[in-house]
Every structure is written in structure tokens, then in C-alpha cells.
Ligand binder design. Structure first.
Ligand code: NAD
Length: 289
């Protein structure tokens, strides 16, 4: 791959753009407006500077990576891309519109991928120009740090598309897990019910936030508790994924915890909003309940 386009410049899109650029590939980055893509590039600049200050990369490597990323205002320049990765908000209607619009410039030999956490790939492929060249490419947060990518072929995905996508994922220095196109794929199918259950435990007053997280850190040997992790993922994204699991399976075990819905309705979306289960306005996160 020589040029990769990334649509959606939030936490994930920024991380994907940074990682791809650090591996020598040109990146075109877009969001709903150019200013958001430019803001993301400024954030990537800071992230690269932090890597330089920790001696992880050289100043030359940082500036070369940054120079490979171009914020773009529309899809036209993406006609150059070998791969278009959609990393926009976890809403099917938003993603479908992106596949239709970006599909108009997708080259005949290029691949279109979605970074969705949970929405069925086979279903979304019908909005792309060629379902044979449509695939799930699920990165983990924060992308530059996490070593895993799930690759999810849909029913119509061609073997060649899967092979090229897997090769691309491995070229970023990541390990690949192949998953069937089932709701939540592998990791989120296991993780999100745990996060949702932790919010039920909190809502029922069984324990407070700090103790739920401490219990899982020490009792399960997890590096982060489920509520800290939910804040990291984004509570809106967590709720969207739980709703996809619930709606696609119809299984009541996936019903969203009422307190998770309330936090999202309050706009307390986690780290990216400055407040979720923890308040991030001070030097250290403070539990809110
Ligand atoms: N947060 C995680 O831990 C995580 C992990 C893996 C995958 N994902 C998936 O990645 C995707 C993005 O999640 P995120 O955490 O980066 O969310 P985010 O809220 O940080 O970013 C989403 C971005 O999409 C943009 N956007 C919305 N509509 C758009 C459109 N029509 N065109 C272009 N951009 C648009 C928003 O402006 C925003 O910048 C979701 O599908 C999510 O499920 C998230």
C-alpha cells in the first residue's frame, strides 16, 4: 500500500493515521469538516513529539511521519488511495453514507475497510461499490500502542481482499486475529458484556467505581478495570456496541445497563469528554460515584 485514506479523525482515525504514516505510507485524513481533520493532525504532531521526548523515535522520524499525513476536505483526493479505512462514529447510517460517497472515487483495484467495533460487515458491504473489495479492519485503542488488529471478511469478501488486508495489517507491526462476521467479532463480544455488567453492578449499588475497577485489576489481573476502560473507549461507543449486540442477536443478556444510557445522555462520554465514570479535570482521574 502506498496511500491510505482514513475517514473519521477522532480517537481511532487519528491513531490509525499516525501508525500508518509511521510505517512509511502516505495518509489522507478527513472528517465532517476540514478543521476537524486539521485538529487531528495537530494532535498527532503532539503524540509524535511525546514519542521523541521518550526516545522512542527520532525527531527526523517524527517530522517525516507528520509530513506523510494530509488533511483533506472531501473524498476526491482519495481516488489515489489503495485502501480507504472508515473510522467514523459507530452508527450504521453514517457509515453507509460514507461508503456510498467515498465509493464513487474508490479505484477499481482499491479496498474499502471499516474499523467498526460491532456492525455486521456483510450488511454494510451492500453500500460499497464492490462487496468483494469490502472488509472489516478492527484496530484497538490507542492504535499506535496496541498490538492487535482483527480482520473480518464479510460473506462476499474476496479471498484476495482478505489476503491483501491481512498483509497490510501485519506490515504495521501488528498481530492479526481472523474473525467471522458475527456481532462484536471476537474481542468486543467478550469485552462489552463485561463492561455493561460492571455498570449494572455500579447501578445496583453493589460497589463503587474505585472498588469495581480495583476488584477487576487485582482479582482478574487486568491492567485496567472495566469502568476505566469504558471511559477510555468512550461511553457512547460502548453503548452503540452493546445496542448492536442486543439488536442483532435479540438476546436479552446484551440489554444496555440503564446507568450507561444515562451517562451518555448526560454527555459524560469518558476521557474524550473530560468526564465519564471518572472526572479528568484535575491531575489524576477522580471517581464520580
Ligand atoms: N474507541 C475505541 O476504543 C474503538 C476501538 C476500535 C474501534 N472503534 C471504532 O472506531 C470508530 C470511531 O470511534 P472513535 O473512538 O474514534 O470515535 P470518536 O468519537 O473519537 O471519533 C469519531 C469521528 O468520526 C467523525 N465523523 C462523524 N461522522 C462523520 C462523517 N460523516 N464523515 C467523516 N467523519 C465523521 C466525528 O466527527 C469524529 O471525529 C467507531 O466505529 C468505533 O466503534 C473504536
Amino acid at each position: 500500500m502506498r496511500t491510505v485514506a482514513v475517514i473519521g479523525a477522532g480517537q481511532m482515525g487519528s491513531g490509525i493515521a499516525q501508525t500508518v504514516a509511521q510505517h512509511g505510507i502516505k495518509v489522507l485524513l478527513s472528517d465532517v469538516e476540514l478543521a476537524l481533520a486539521e485538529k487531528a493532525v495537530a494532535g498527532i504532531d503532539k503524540a509524535l513529539a511525546r514519542l521523541v521526548s521518550r526516545d522512542k523515535i527520532t525527531p527526523d522520524e517524527a517530522s517525516a511521519a507528520l509530513a506523510r499525513i494530509t488533511p483533506v476536505a472531501d473524498y476526491a483526493p482519495m481516488a489515489e488511495a489503495d485502501l480507504i479505512i472508515e473510522a467514523a462514529t459507530e452508527r450504521e447510517e453514517i457509515k453507509r453514507k460514507i461508503f456510498e460517497a467515498a465509493g464513487k472515487v474508490l479505484r477499481e483495484d482499491a479496498i474499502m475497510a471499516s474499523n467498526t467495533s460491532s456492525i455486521p460487515i456483510t450488511r454494510m458491504a451492500t453500500s460499497s461499490p464492490d462487496p468483494k473489495r469490502f472488509i472489516g479492519l478492527h484496530f484497538f485503542n490507542p492504535v499506535p500502542v496496541m498490538g492487535l488488529i482483527e480482520v473480518i471478511p464479510g460473506l462476499a469478501t474476496a479471498k484476495e481482499t482478505t489476503a491483501r488486508t491481512r498483509m497490510f495489517a501485519e506490515s504495521l507491526g501488528k498481530q492479526v486475529v481472523m474473525a467471522e462476521d458475527e456481532p462484536g467479532f471476537v474481542v468486543n463480544r467478550i469485552l462489552l458484556p463485561m463492561i455493561n455488567e460492571a455498570v449494572f453492578v455500579l447501578g445496583q449499588g453493589t460497589a463503587n467505581i474505585a472498588d469495581i475497577d480495583k476488584g477487576c485489576r487485582l482479582g482478574l489481573n487486568h491492567p485496567m478495570g472495566p469502568l476505566e476502560l469504558a471511559d477510555f473507549v468512550g461511553l457512547d461507543t460502548c453503548l452503540d456496541i452493546v445496542r448492536v449486540l442486543y439488536n442483532t442477536t435479540g438476546d436479552s443478556k446484551y440489554r444496555p445497563a440503564p446507568l450507561l444510557v444515562k451517562y451518555v445522555e448526560a454527555g459524560w462520554l469518558g476521557r474524550k469528554a473530560g468526564r465519564g465514570f471518572y472526572d479528568y479535570s484535575g491531575d489524576a482521574p477522580v471517581p464520580t460515584r
